[in-house]
Design a binder for this molecule. Structure first.
Ligand SMILES: Cc1cc2nc3c(=O)[nH]c(=O)nc-3n(C[C@H](O)[C@H](O)[C@H](O)COP(=O)(O)OP(=O)(O)OC[C@H]3O[C@@H](n4cnc5c(N)ncnc54)[C@H](O)[C@@H]3O)c2cc1C
Length: 468
């Protein structure tokens, strides 16, 4: 097969890789992208998008079930609600299908050549791709590694064990029936998002977490409303509990509590969500001299690795392993390769848990700000005092603003509440633009919206909230 030469070769068409390739193509850079699965990567195919589709369907179903049970203050009634999960999954697949086709179309429109197959480095400028029609060799001036991440497997609970009882998030996102009993191992955001969704779809869910709290990356004030919702849905949460493996007949999950008590958790499916690991093998790293940063590829503020002409973006480069970080890195690298001067100068990367209620954190938490030896002001405003939240039956939660005490520069914004993910744009913009409390308080926030809680939290930090 003929060799291809190009200025930029991108390995992996997840959000990091495909955004890099699209932007490079737009800038007239001769670009090739290699993908061994589907365009869109984890995010569009088995991650962000499909999980949010299932969460939305589960929410709607749970609301209907509550109506049928007469638990609806608005007076809406429903009879015998049912869900056909196979149809829900088909709807979800339709969304991911449209999006992945869209990505392929955008790549083509930008003039990017797509090669389908597994890429493997031969040396720092050459990659061989196993395609359906044989080997394709690609030589490139610049190469971007965007190979992403994969679920971490527990040696005591390998994926697929006991007749496909043990599943990863990918398996959970293709179930066509809600398991009667679902055990979820790991109470990070993926385990909780999916655990909550399946509880709403009718599964009896038990969550097993080795640490003594859920969502350890967020402070307890933010996670408490999620804990309450889990309890209301009848989800059992076993904290400080370590899984030991499957029972000898494969019917139950065995675990041990912190006090040494043995637990036997009957389960039809066991969803293991104990984290994700960067994909640093399988693409010929051994042919290169790349410095590592723990388990990730080491990069600098321009996403350059330790080898000239080789960049890395996305989950393979570190935390937070989030799609929007990968995209921002990919866009920056494309501009650098095209000759523009860019470097990573972001002030904040928003993080959202699409739990019930949703949690958002942008910038520094109060503890982080204090640890950075700052005198701070905090303003917190509850949704129970927000009119729009009341009309949405979404009074649980709050918005919290953390600012420097001396000049009121906003350092961080956090919140928890139904639909609060959509406020992430306002929060991130405020921090990225260096807003002070007065800027937020002085911006007219449309009424009635949940975003008024943002302005009120800034006013509260300034000592004169209006609606509380
Ligand atoms: C269930 C779930 C929910 C999530 N929800 C969110 C969310 O709500 N918000 C959020 O920001 N993030 C979320 N994430 C994380 C998000 O999906 C990742 O951060 C994001 O996809 C990382 O993008 P990436 O480009 O680095 O890698 P990936 O999306 O993992 O893409 C890497 C691509 O590289 C390809 N590849 C790897 N090796 C090779 C090779 N040798 N040759 C050719 N191709 C190769 C892979 O096939 C893959 O398509 C979620 C993840 C999961 C699993």
């Amino acid at each position: 097969m003929k060799e291809i030469t190009c200025k930029l070769l991108v390995i992996g068409a997840g959000p990091g890789g495909y955004v890099c390739a699209i932007r490079a193509g737009q800038l007239g850079v001769d670009t090739v992208i290699v993908e061994m699965a589907k365009p869109g990567g984890t995010c569009l195919n088995i991650g962000c998008i499909p999980s949010k589709a299932i969460i939305h369907a589960a929410d709607d179903f749970a609301k209907t079930v509550a109506m049928a049970a007469g638990r609806n203050a608005m007076g809406i009634k429903a009879d015998n609600p049912a869900i056909d999960l196979a149809k829900t999954m088909a709807w979800k697949d339709g969304i991911t299908g449209r999006l992945t086709l869209g990505v392929a179309g955008l790549l083509k429109k930008a003039g990017v050549k797509i090669v389908v197959g597994r890429a493997k480095f031969r040396d720092g400028k050459t990659v061989a791709v196993e395609t359906e029609t044989g080997e394709q060799v690609i030589r490139a001036e610049n190469i971007v590694i965007a190979t992403g991440s994969a679920p971490v497997e527990l040696p005591v609970l390998p994926f697929g064990a006991s007749g496909a009882k043990v599943i990863s998030s990918t398996g959970a996102l293709s179930l066509t029936e809600a398991p009667q009993k679902l055990a979820v191992v790991g109470a990070g955001y993926i385990g909780l998002e999916l655990g909550l969704a399946f509880a709403k779809l009718g599964s009896k869910v038990t969550i097993v977490e080795a640490l003594d709290r859920i969502l350890p990356l967020y402070d307890t004030q933010l996670t408490q409303p999620v804990g309450r919702r889990l309890a209301a849905l009848g989800v059992e949460v076993l904290l400080g509990t370590k899984v030991k493996g499957l029972s000898s007949n494969g019917e139950a999950l065995l675990a041990e509590t912190g006090s040494g008590e043995e637990k036997r958790i009957a389960a039809d499916k066991i969803l293991v969500t104990v984290g994700r690991k960067p994909v640093t093998e399988g693409w010929g790293r051994e042919e290169l001299e790349l410095d590592m940063d723990g388990r990730f590829l080491r990069i600098d503020e321009q996403c350059r690795t330790s080898m000239r002409g080789i960049y890395a973006v996305g989950d393979v480069t570190g935390e937070p392993m989030l799609a929007h970080r990968a995209m921002a890195q990919g866009e920056m690298v494309a501009e650098i390769v095209s000759g523009k001067r860019r470097s990573w100068d972001k002030r904040a990367i928003p993080a959202v848990c699409f739990t019930d209620p949703e949690i958002i954190s942008v910038g520094m938490s109060p503890d982080e700000a204090r640890a950075a030896s700052r005198e701070i002001k905090i303003g917190q405003f509850p949704f129970s005092a927000n009119g729009r939240a009341m009309t949405l039956s979404a009074e649980e939660g709050f918005v919290r603003v953390v600012a420097r005490a001396d000049n009121h520069l906003v350092l961080g914004i956090q919140g928890v509440g139904a639909g609060i993910s959509e406020l992430s744009a306002a929060f991130a913009l405020a921090i990225e633009m260096g807003a002070r409390l007065e800027d937020i308080a002085g911006t007219i926030h449309a009424h009635p919206t949940q975003s008024e809680a943002f302005a009120e939290s800034a006013l509260k930090a300034l000592g004169h909230a209006l609606h509380i």
